[in-house]
Design a protein around this ligand. Sequence first.
Ligand code: TA6
Length: 301
Amino acid sequence: MSILQSLNQQHAIENHVQLREIADGVIIAEVSNQHALANIALQGAHIATFQPRGEEPVLWLSPNAKFAPGKSIRGGVPICWPWFGPHQTDSSLPGHGFARTVPWELLATKAYPDGSTSLRFGLIENDTTRTQWPHASTAQLEVTVGKSLRVELVTTNTGDAPFELGEALHTYFQISDVGNMTIKGLDGCEYLDKVQDFARFTQHDGIVIESEVDRVYVNTEADCVIEDKGLKRAIRIKKQGSKSTVVWNPWQEKAEKMGDFGPALHRDMVCVESGNALENVITLQPGETHTLMAEYSVEKL
Ligand code: TA6
C-alpha cells in the first residue's frame, strides 16, 4: 500500500478530509466541509489555503509558490519554530527555524457535530533538526477548519533543562489592494522596526501601508482586525499565548527579488503574524507546555 493510500485509510473522513499527492513527494490534506475549504501540506503542517464558503479566500498564496520537498511555501500559514527571524547565535541556521520545511506527521483527524473538521500534526525530528535544536521537545499543530480557521501550536519541553522558544504563525492574508486596507488593534503599542535597524517606536492609530513594513509589535495580546474597504470585509485575528504581533509587507522592490513572490503581488497581501519574538521569547521549563493560538474569521464591513 502506498503512503497516500495508508494515510487515506487512517485519516480520510467523508465530506471532511482527503489526502492527495499534488507533486512528487508533496502530500496535501484537503479539507472540504459545509463551512469552508482548506489545503494543508504535510510538509511544515503548512496551511496553504482557507476559504469560507461564499467568501473570497482569507489566506493569500503566491501564484509563484513552490510546492517541493525542503522549500517553504510562500503564502498561507508558515510556522516559524523554534526561533523567529535569524537564529540568535548562529546565522548559518535557517531563518524562522526549520519547522516550515520538514515533514510533519498527520496524527489525527476529527469531524465535529457542528460540521467543522480538525487535524492534528506532529513535527518529525531528524538528525538535522536535532543538531540545530538540541533540546528535547515536541511540537504539534491542531488546525480546526470551520467558519473560522483556528490554529494551535503546542510546544512541550520533554527534557530536563529549560529552553528559550521563539515562534510565529507567519500568516499571509489576502486583501483587495494594500491601499484599501487598515490594520486596527495595535494603537498605543510599541514596535521594533526592522526597516530602521530595529529602532523602537509607538504606533498611533491604525496601520496604513505605503512602503515596506517589517515590524515586531511587542507586549501585545490584543486582537487585530484587517479592514478591507475593497472587499467590504474585515478579517479578525484573535490570539492567545502570544505577546508579539508582526506586520510585514515587503513592498515592490523586495517582492521582485524573491523568486516565489513577483512584481506587484505585494499589493494583494499583508502578513499579520501572531507569535513570541525578540523580547517576548518564551522560557519553557522541563515538563512545561506552551500553546500559541490564533483564530481567523471574516466580518462584513
Ligand atoms: O515576518 C517578517 C519577516 O521576518 C521579514 O523580515 C521577511 O523577510 C519575512 O519574514 C519573510 O521571510 P522568509 O524567510 O519567508 O522569506
